[in-house]
Write a protein that binds this ligand. Structure first.
Ligand code: SAM
Length: 241
């Protein structure tokens, strides 16, 4: 997969050289390119913003600068991602939808955001455009959102996670639940013991315990996810939990 990130703060994306995403880049599984939007400006001050039409506080990012940059970076199959607090919520389903794409282009807004005509223009030209929000809060810029989208998508690419089994039972997976609590050695720590069933070696009982705990944890932390479960996916023991 190729991902291009356009930003006025390329250094903000430095963490994408680390850990699993860094390794995916080194091994060629991910072709990630970070660009400085100001490279597409034409004035001495490398201006990317201007005052909002209609008045009001703050500055808005100019569509002509974004247009020149995006015309150069977008390939015919590219999917343009615009992080914005006014977008649709970015979830694991969104990451799964984006993971099979050949090419993602992430345009990081700053100030009061990017002139609305940028999304409109590229949609009208047949580009797939997703305006995505990390959540119901406002960040200073789209760079943190770009880090989140790249990491969530990259770990779904074949070969990025050493053991693909780790993706199966995770929170927000196909079961629609949060993950069960996890433990490691030592079996006893700070007066707290690991649940004995996990030391029993009984695979059936461990699977049942994990399912019960996942259901319990989801009901406590995210009752909205329990509401959204397909009743046909629950067995009689699940209902008791
Ligand atoms: N004036 C905008 C509004 O009220 O909707 C907020 C602009 S915000 C200060 C600047 C940039 O940060 C946005 O263009 C976007 O790229 C990014 N951003 C802020 N909050 C975000 C969120 N919750 N999800 C994704 N991107 C966000």
């Amino acid at each position: 997969m190729r991902i291009d990130v356009l930003t006025i703060f390329p250094d903000y994306l430095a963490p994408l050289e680390l850990s699993l995403v860094g390794k995916a880049r080194e091994s060629g599984l991910l072709d990630l390119r970070v660009h400085d939007l100001r490279d597409w400006t034409t004035d001495r001050h490398r201006t990317v913003d201007d005052t909002p039409f209609g008045g009001g506080a703050g500055m808005v990012m100019r569509p002509d600068v974004w247009g020149t940059a995006l015309d150069e970076v977008l390939t015919p199959d590219a999917h343009l991602v615009l992080p914005t607090p006014s977008g649709a919520l970015f979830t694991q389903r969104t990451a799964e939808r984006l993971a099979p794409e050949e090419h993602l282009v992430l345009a990081c807004g700053r100030y009061e955001g990017i002139d609305a005509r940028v999304a409109e223009h590229y949609r009208a030209r047949g580009v797939r455009v997703s305006e995505l929000s990390l959540g119901d809060y406002v960040l200073n810029g789209g760079e943190v959102a770009a880090l989140v989208v790249v990491e969530a998508v990259a770990r779904l690419l074949p070969g990025v996670i050493g053991n693909p089994e780790s993706l199966v039972e995770e929170s927000h997976g196909a079961a629609g639940l949060l993950e069960y609590p996890v433990y490691t050695k030592p079996a006893s720590w700070a007066g707290l013991d690991v649940p004995p069933v996990l030391l029993s070696g009984h695979h059936g009982q461990i699977a049942r315990w994990r399912r019960d705990e996942a259901l319990r944890r989801t009901a406590t932390q995210r009752p909205d996810m329990v509401e959204a479960l397909d009743p046909a996916s629950l067995d009689s023991r699940d209902r008791a939990v």
